[in-house]
Design a protein around this ligand. Structure first.
Ligand SMILES: Cc1ncc(COP(=O)(O)O)c(C=O)c1O
Length: 337
């Protein structure tokens, strides 16, 4: 099966498994896993943040950050396509007593004017605007990334209004490749970042939050409270570390394949795609003749899987376990549907 449903479907490679087998481990709840301690320090240093904490999922990473930056009754500004708003089971309300304020940005991205227009007056009855949550790259927004200028402007709005900036960097690696911005730059504009190793980088499990020392100290306790304290996770550190070192350089090929695929989609009159909306490894396109179900079934018959992403929208996501020969098969199939 050529699985383009998500970049989370990758399997560990032999090199990754070898690294996992060879790592040292200890009990991380006691803070004694040497591989994880080293990896957390490495990531904090890479992003120029004081400290880092490994968490089981991007969802826990985002929700820990929301929890740490807010009090019940606060409000978080977010794009209406944001993962925190759409796909985290209303956790911000449930775990932190926080209200989300979804705004209509473009391709899942917010802009300074939009954010400023949503900041509330401080009084007894309005929710207290506390956090700006950005996603980079965007998922439901189609893999778009922020430019340096856009991020600096948004950071400016945050500083001017005393707001925190949280970055959902589940695909920060794709954003780094596409925007040519350094991890330290992202660290310099954010109060908290959540990064994932289990998306395009291809680790089986794991995300990490990055913040200052005090927030990470508090995060360790909340992670434990939420059932995310783990024991011999040097195994996961080894997999994620291998993914950072060995798979980051493959992401640009995923972006190239996504563009080639999108161009084949544009040649099929039953489908519609805005080629200028293909930014990284995610391709969103619409079915204009026939149904999404029909197209997905036909592709499945050719051993290709994609996923429905709206009433008439399909998402195809490229990752390092899709090579050029797979791409050829997919292009041939998409031209025929
Ligand atoms: C932008 C974004 N943030 C957060 C997550 C959550 O990650 P996880 O599935 O590890 O909880 C995802 C998952 O795909 C995502 O796309």
């Amino acid at each position: 099966m050529i699985d383009l449903r998500s970049d989370t479907v990758t399997r560990p490679t032999p090199g990754m498994l070898k690294a996992m087998c060879e790592t040292e481990v200890g009990d991380d709840v006691f803070g004694e896993d040497p591989a994880m301690n080293r990896f957390q320090e490495k990531m904090a240093e890479m992003f120029g943040m004081e400290s880092a904490l490994f968490v089981p999922s991007g969802t826990m990473g985002n929700q820990l950050c929301v929890h740490l930056l807010t009090k019940p009754g606060d409000e978080v500004i977010i794009d209406e396509t944001g993962h925190i708003f759409n796909y985290e089971s209303a956790a911000a309300a449930s775990l932190s007593g926080v209200q989300l304020r979804p705004l209509k940005g473009k391709y899942g991205k917010l802009n300074p004017e939009l954010i400023e227009s949503a900041i509330r007056t401080r009084n007894e009855w309005d929710p207290h605007t506390r956090v700006i949550a950005l996603e980079n790259t965007t998922n439901k927004g189609g893999g778009a990334f922020y430019t340096e200028k856009e991020l600096l402007q948004i950071n400016n709005v945050a500083v001017k209004n005393g707001l925190f900036l949280h970055l959902d960097g589940a695909r920060i690696w794709n954003a780094m490749v596409a925007s040519d911005l350094s991890p330290k730059f992202f660290g310099s504009i954010s109060d908290t970042i959540s990064i994932c190793f289990s998306k395009g980088l291809g680790a089986p499990v794991g995300s990490m939050i990055l913040a200052d020392q005090e927030l990470i100290r508090q995060a360790r306790r909340i992670r434990k409270m939420w059932g995310g304290g783990m024991r011999q996770i040097g195994l996961l550190a080894a997999a994620a570390d291998f993914a950072v070192d060995e798979h980051y350089s493959l992401l640009k090929e995923d972006h190239r394949r996504a563009k080639e695929f999108a161009s084949a989609v544009s040649e099929n009159k039953s489908l519609s795609i805005d080629l200028s909306s293909v930014f990284t490894n995610i391709v969103l396109f619409d079915v204009v003749k026939g149904t999404v179900d029909g197209v997905l079934k036909q592709l499945k018959g050719e051993k290709i899987e994609m996923v429905q992403f709206g009433p008439s929208t399909i998402r195809a996501t490229f990752h390092h376990q899709i090579d050029d020969s797979d791409l050829k098969v997919v292009i041939k199939a998409i031209k025929k549907v």
